[in-house]
Design a protein around this ligand. Structure first.
Ligand SMILES: Cc1cc2nc3c(=O)[nH]c(=O)nc-3n(C[C@H](O)[C@H](O)[C@H](O)COP(=O)(O)OP(=O)(O)OC[C@H]3O[C@@H](n4cnc5c(N)ncnc54)[C@H](O)[C@@H]3O)c2cc1C
Ligand code: SF4
Length: 583
């Protein structure tokens, strides 16, 4: 192993969280920072050619190669986990920018109660009435504390949207139930699609409050406070699972990298696969990694930031033997605890005319906030929390969207009648989905697999995860709301997923996998403090959605960024002046 020259800060992972932290440290302190990214370099011009649906969207060109590393999964501790050999339910990224290159761009703030969910639920239901295996926690940080950092993140990306609550004043066009914002969005909302207009009109007729989602896909040319200018979205529809060819979708490569590349104290080392955080006497001393040519290095560092997404944030801490593994039988230990994903559902609506669905943008959507959190839920639904229904207009691409047929439209899945029906229904099928809150439970967690290893022989991460009756009921309720909506739009509806199925690693849901290195107010219940600093190792910070103790319904990345900036502020203003515990 080659020992390298020490650096001040080593950051593991070059996605949104790692590069955002790198930008704050390099531009606001004199420290030198190296970002170690296992994947390859990327830039906007890489995406200008060859937006091939088969290559990017189906063969997952930009995602982690599961021949190198995957996870194993089992539904409960009574089962034996098997490796996931075909990605589906989530799609971890790799390469510069991480999954932030091929994300959709939905850029939500969480509601205030989501940061204090345990207290909120105790107040609302009484602690004794909550299910015994419910594991939700308060975060140790509040919405009001994060509000300025949300705004900082929105400005950096140029989020397009309309405020629904500006400093307490409810405004038309936005989400009337959102928490107060201090500023209007940097750019106006994207343009609605035809189908969104139909959904909006139908939802309003049914008494709901639909609004156009905030999107990190620019509605107009925008220059951010760092002086980075990007053009407006062309509604090309090759957005989710692709990098944006014009740079309209905010990606780390087109927002943060241009600033970082001007910094002399910044180095991005690609092809660097970190295997371990090295530590001694309660302090991180650096990281051990394998370079692109297979050579092993030790990079000494004064400070280590772990920003390698939920899966590897948990796995690298476990491989490095930092912290105590959670054990569901005793409820002791914190590493790997609070694993959550997101509850989805899909009701298809078949319309009688073409809708030009091929035009769209990754995060373009109409959302229904009326039942988010516990708003509007009646006791007979049997639900503690719900989420938001939405109608996404990301652009229907030819392979993924061909031959979505109503049940019984063709006798077989092939042949002339099937072809005729496929053409008849092309461009007429829309989906009403659910972004449902996923609560954390005692039995869902991550640890190291005892059997299977990655390409280096290191144990894979094991998921123990299944849906509970609560998630099944969330899906029942989603269908109960979506079917009348689809009918009010003038369509015929059906549901194409079994609402009571077990957690399935094959069907894509979202890449909003959270928990495992949760933040909190005490080391008994969490891995990091509210500043993302490891409780046991003050020169180790862990950032990203692995620090969320449960999954709020909204997409996580804007909160990942806001919390990264909150942590960066404490690190730069307080830790660097007086290294030690921040909480
Ligand atoms: C198809 C898709 C659509 C999405 N849409 C949305 C959306 O609309 N809204 C939203 O909020 N979120 C969305 N997400 C989720 C979003 O992309 C993530 O929340 C976000 O990218 C997380 O940023 P991160 O920096 O924490 O992790 P990542 O983006 O995953 O970056 C982590 C980086 O760490 C690197 N890494 C991992 N392990 C190692 C190691 N051992 N050594 C060195 N490097 C390592 C990886 O290669 C990666 O580049 C979407 C994700 C996908 C895949
Ligand atoms: S839909 Fe818009 S933001 Fe998305 S890739 Fe196309 S031009 Fe870029």
């Amino acid at each position: 192993m080659t020992n390298l020259k020490p650096v001040d800060v080593a950051i593991i992972g070059g996605g949104w969280s790692g590069l955002a932290m790198a930008k704050e440290i390099t531009t606001r302190s004199g420290l030198n920072v190296v970002v170690l990214e296992r994947g390859m370099p990327r830039k906007t011009s890489d995406y200008a050619l060859g937006m091939d649906e088969l290559d990017y969207a189906h063969r997952l060109r930009m995602m982690q190669n599961i021949a190198d590393e995957t996870i194993t999964h089992r539904h409960s501790v009574r089962d034996v986990a098997a490796p996931v050999r075909q990605y589906g339910s989530f799609l971890p990224g790799t390469g510069v920018g991480g999954a932030g290159e091929h994300w959709n761009g939905a850029a939500f703030r969480f509601m205030p109660e989501m940061f204090t969910l345990r207290s909120h639920m105790n107040r609302k239901h009484g602690a004794a009435k909550l299910p015994a295996d419910l594991d939700v926690q308060d975060w140790g940080v509040t919405y009001d504390e994060l509000e300025p950092y949300y705004w900082y993140s929105e400005q950096m990306m140029g989020v397009s949207g309309k405020a629904g609550n500006l400093r307490g004043k409810i405004l038309p066009g936005g989400n009337p139930f959102e928490a107060p914002r201090q500023n209007e969005y940097p750019t106006p909302p994207l343009k609605n699609s035809q189908a969104m207009d139909l959904f909006e009109a139908a939802a309003k007729r049914l008494g709901h409050h639909p609004y156009t989602s905030p999107a990190a896909n620019l509605s107009q040319t925008y220059t951010n406070p760092d002086g980075v200018t990007r053009p407006a979205c062309a509604y090309c529809g090759f957005c989710e699972r692709f990098g944006c060819m014009v740079g309209a979708k905010s990606q780390p490569s087109n927002t943060l990298l241009p600033v970082l590349q001007r910094q002399k104290n910044f180095e991005l080392r690609t092809g660097s696969w970190v295997r371990k955080i090295v530590h001694k006497d309660g302090r991180a001393t650096g990281v051990q990694y394998v370079g692109a040519n297979g050579e092993e290095f030790f990079q000494p560092a004064g400070l280590v930031v772990l920003a390698s997404f939920t899966l590897n944030n948990v796995r690298l801490l476990a491989l490095s033997k930092i912290g105590t593994q959670y054990d569901p039988s005793t409820r002791k230990g914190t590493l790997g605890r609070y694993l959550t994903h997101q509850v989805d559902s899909a009701t298809r609506v078949f319309m009688d005319k073409p809708l030009n669905l091929f035009m769209g943008s990754g995060a373009l959507a109409m959302r229904l906030p009326d039942f988010d959190g516990d708003r509007g839920l009646k006791p007979e639904e049997g639900l503690l929390r719900f989420g938001m229904l939405f109608m996404l207009a990301p652009g229907s691409r030819p392979i993924a969207n061909f031959a979505a047929l109503p049940q019984g439209a063709a006798p077989k899945n092939w042949g002339p009648e099937w072809k005729k029906a496929a053409l008849q229904w092309a461009d007429r099928v829309i989906t009403i989905g659910l972004a449902g809150e996923h609560l954390s439970y005692r039995g869902n967690f991550m640890d190291l697999d005892p059997t299977y290893t990655d390409k280096f022989g290191d144990p894979l991460l094991r998921f123990t995860l299944n849906w509970t009756e609560h998630e099944h009921k969330q899906r029942d309720f989603a269908a109960k709301l979506a079917v009348p909506l689809g009918r009010a739009m003038g369509g015929k509806t059906d549901e194409y997923r079994n609402p009571r199925a077990n957690y399935n690693v094959i069907n894509y849901q979202t890449t909003h996998v959270q928990g495992g290195t949760s933040m909190g107010a005490s080391p008994d219940m969490s891995v990091v403090n509210r500043y993302s600093q490891h409780w046991n190792m003050s020169n180790l910070f862990v950032i990203g959605a692995s620090t969320f103790p449960q999954n709020p319904s909204h997409n996580p990345t804007l909160t990942v960024l806001a919390h990264t900036y909150f942590a960066a502020d404490a690190l730069i203003k307080r830790y660097l002046k007086n290294p030690g515990k921040l909480a």
